[in-house]
Design a protein around this ligand. Structure first.
Ligand code: S3P
Length: 442
């Protein structure tokens, strides 16, 4: 790898990727472990926390609001230690705005966490986060009694003015979003009565699975989750499994790089997160999933994948998109190597991620010479078995970590070097991505 003026040259792997490996801790579960521990009374013990820029945003936010965070770097690169929360005394009002960096999860969960306290806190973020929609969060929280200033503002920076007399609500979410669901449930912990979120499709359920660990009465079923308040979370112990969304990049690399065969251990097998394994199976990929245990209510296990000749296109229905929402870019790249057309139905939520991922996928696939298009909200990719990039092609990550890793696979698994702009955005979720994949070729 070499970097020049924001572009990183990604060279072909010198051998197939082989052997057993781990991926860093799950980003979604790490955020929740840090933030729920910050809300709790007492000292929680957390292990396997992902050390990445996004999770650091949650840690910094927790500290700015008065939680005591004593996490230490472990030999495996994760963070572990104690977090003493504000419990019944509530968060301190920081003098400065809280900068959530690139992390939508931090910003949106914070809004729910601040809702029940008589504080005014300004939440902001980097340029990408300042472009992301926040009305989806402020609208339900306003129904619960929270005020936001400036009034009517739909993007960060926004000031949250919380209230001790939060109303419990039942909310029919207009989109399947775990961040939205979580913001409402976290506020609902303190509201008098039952707060319920109904979803049009199933989004990831880590919050519902974790809240009972902190002593919160929670019920959850397909597309609905409730908490019973008012309550104060009590300190808990959380062990974070590996991140399936990071594992997806290693899996797809193994599928595309001839001769490869890998095993990823201790990875979360939460069904709301491993939709990509099902999509790849339907494309004919040599992939298998084995459960080996669970931490709390979170299942984990092993994902195995091997190079597959003769991948074929498939159709992903709209109700499954939430289970692959972060994996669509890399799945679109795999689809570009498959025979036939792959359709991802209703990818509209991808337009409001760290960047417009639909536009970015179309642009990158065009650079690769692949025919891909959007019809309504459906994404189509016409595969080209035997696809090769042109030497020195430049792919723009748009400062989006998932796109940086997707386009890096073009160089790593193909025959010629390519360049990725702003590749360093991998620090958001998987800082050691290149080292990990290169280690598997030795
Ligand atoms: C996340 C939820 C997802 C996902 C994001 C992390 C979370 O977004 O894209 O990377 O931790 O709750 P949605 O809010 O669209 O589900």
């Amino acid at each position: 790898m070499s970097t020049e003026s924001g572009k990183t040259v990604i060279r072909p792997l010198t051998a197939p990727i082989e052997g057993s490996t781990h991926v860093p801790g799950d980003k979604s579960i790490s955020h929740r472990a840090v933030l729920l521990s910050a809300m709790a009374e007492g000292t929680s013990q957390v292990t396997g926390i992902l050390d990445s820029a996004d999770v650091r945003s949650s840690i910094a936010a927790a500290e700015a609001l008065g939680a005591k965070v004593s996490l230490e770097k472990q030999p495996d690169g994760s963070l572990a230690g104690g977090i003493t929360g504000w419990g019944a005394s509530g968060p301190a009002e920081p003098a400065e705005p809280i900068d959530c960096g690139n992390s939508g999860t931090t910003a949106r969960l914070l809004m729910g966490m601040l809702a029940p306290w008589p504080v005014s806190v300004t939440v902001t973020g980097d340029q990408s986060l300042q472009n992301r929609p926040m009305r989806r969060i402020t609208a339900p929280l306003m129904k619960m009694g929270v005020r936001f200033t400036p009034e009517g503002r739909e993007t960060l920076p926004i000031t949250v003015c919380g209230t001790k007399s939060l109303k419990a609500i039942t909310y029919d979410a207009p989109m399947a979003s775990a961040q939205l669901k979580t913001a409402i449930l976290l506020a609902g912990v303190y509201a008098d009565g039952t707060t319920t979120v109904n979803e049009p499709a199933e989004s990831r359920n880590h919050t519902e699975l974790m809240l009972p660990e902190y002593g919160i009465r929670t019920t959850a079923a397909a597309r609905t989750a409730s908490v019973v308040g008012p309550s104060i979370p009590a300190a808990a112990e959380v062990v974070v499994p590996g991140d399936p969304s990071s594992a997806a990049f290693l899996v797809c690399a193994a599928l595309l790089k001839r001769g490869s065969s890998i095993q990823i251990e201790n990875v979360s097998l939460n069904t709301a997160r491993i939709g990509f394994t099902r999509t790849l199976e339907r494309m004919g990929a040599d992939i298998a999933v084995r459960h080996t245990g669970s931490e709390g209510k979170e299942p984990y296990g092993i994902i195995e994948a091997a190079y597959t000749e003769g991948l074929r296109g498939c159709e992903v229905p709209a109700e499954k998109i939430a289970s692959i929402v972060d994996e669509v870019p890399v799945l679109a790249l795999v689809a570009a190597h498959a025979r036939g057309v792959t359709v991802f139905r209703d990818v509209s939520e991808l337009r409001v991620k760290e960047t417009d991922r639909v536009a970015a996928i179309l642009e990158g696939l065009e650079t690769l010479g692949v025919d891909a298009w959007i019809d309504g909200n459906d994404l189509f990719v016409e595969g080209q078995p035997g696809l090769r990039a042109e030497q020195g092609s430049v792919f723009d990550s748009k400062c989006d970590h998932r796109l940086a890793m997707t386009w890096a696979l073009v160089g790593l698994c193909g025959p010629v070097p390519i360049e990725v702009e702003n590749f360093d955005s991998v620090k958001i979720s998987y800082p050691e991505f290149l080292n990990d994949i290169e280690r598997l070729t030795r």
